[in-house]
Design a protein around this ligand. Structure first.
Ligand code: SAM
Length: 280
């Protein structure tokens, strides 16, 4: 028998032709957990599909199916176990850094790994950075592993905060800088820490514009850099214009767009977009 090239090959004699065409070609792997998005027509075959993933990917021990979209303040989604062990906690590795993740209770996307690195590479020694929506702390931990910087990492989700504390501990030996985890609302933190930051990271695309006044409050009075994430269509200028208007409403000035790029496609013709901007 020919060696299977992917998990779908293991299902050739089990699923119908039509079902095979509906199989997702890719899925996320977080640590040793696979998370798949199955079309409704395949939900009745979910455990067979999950078992094929377990058999093909020897490093995977649990397979969960996505049930519904990412929702709520914590940006999480419902998952349903379709094969393997029911344990949503795992250790995920990104650029050699280790993160503790409870896939059922915190937001994490392995598709942002280059984005975490890309932002961290821009930070200079001596900077003070605030990550307003840190999740389990990937931006902060990448930064501290590369630079002698002080990073305040804020998240409102108590589970994300617990995962972040453990992730900091897991990487402590590699740190050049410091990460201070904060459990709370970044709007309140912005009042307590007004004017401290050289750089602010704001990865909450669905509410980014709403949080601009707080991000600007965190920046030093002389200004600094923001990494602004939003969802948008194919016109990147539209996102820049919205950001510019929001910055001007807070009586600050967008001096320079350092970079604008599509981070990833989130739906047909809809992207997560980042603007790195210098604010004065
Ligand atoms: C899209 S996730 C970003 C996660 C992280 N930056 C990453 O790259 O993995 C957004 C995070 O913002 C947090 N959040 C939402 N509203 C918040 C608020 N007002 N203050 C602090 N954190 C908040 C959520 O709990 C969630 O973990």
């Amino acid at each position: 028998m020919k060696r299977p090239r992917n998990y779908a090959d293991l299902l050739k004699d089990v699923l119908t032709e039509e079902e095979l065409t509906l199989l997702p070609r890719s899925f996320d792997i977080v640590g040793n957990i696979a998370i798949v998005e199955l079309p409704s027509q395949l939900m009745g075959r979910a455990s067979l599909i999950g078992q094929a993933i377990l058999n093909f990917h020897k490093n995977v021990r649990s397979v969960y199916a996505k049930i519904g979209p990412v929702t709520g303040i914590y940006r999480t989604r419902k998952l349903s176990l379709i094969a393997g062990e029911d344990n949503p906690i795992t250790i995920h590795t990104e650029y050699g850094l280790r993160f503790m993740i409870d896939v059922s209770r915190v937001y994490f996307s392995p598709r942002l790994s280059w984005e975490h690195r890309r932002v961290a590479l821009q930070v200079k020694d001596g900077e003070i950075v605030v990550d307003m929506f840190s999740g389990v702390g990937p931006f902060a931990i990448h930064i501290a592993s590369l630079r002698k910087a002080l990073v305040y990492a804020v998240d409102i989700n108590p589970y994300a905060y617990e995962c972040m504390k453990e992730s900091i501990r897991l990487n402590l030996k590699r740190f050049k800088g410091v990460v201070v985890p904060i459990k709370g609302d970044s709007r309140i933190v912005a009042y307590a820490m007004s004017g401290v930051a050289n750089r602010v990271i704001m990865n909450l695309p669905e509410k980014a514009l709403e949080f601009i006044p707080y991000a600007l409050k965190l920046l030093k009075s002389s200004g600094g850099t923001i990494h602004f994430y939003a969802f948008g269509g194919s016109d990147l200028n539209e996102v820049i214009q919205k950001l510019k208007t929001a910055v001007e409403s807070s009586r600050r000035r967008l001096e320079e767009v350092i970079c604008v790029r599509r981070v990833r496609e989130v739906a047909p013709r809809k992207w997560q977009i980042v603007v790195d901007a210098l604010i004065r």
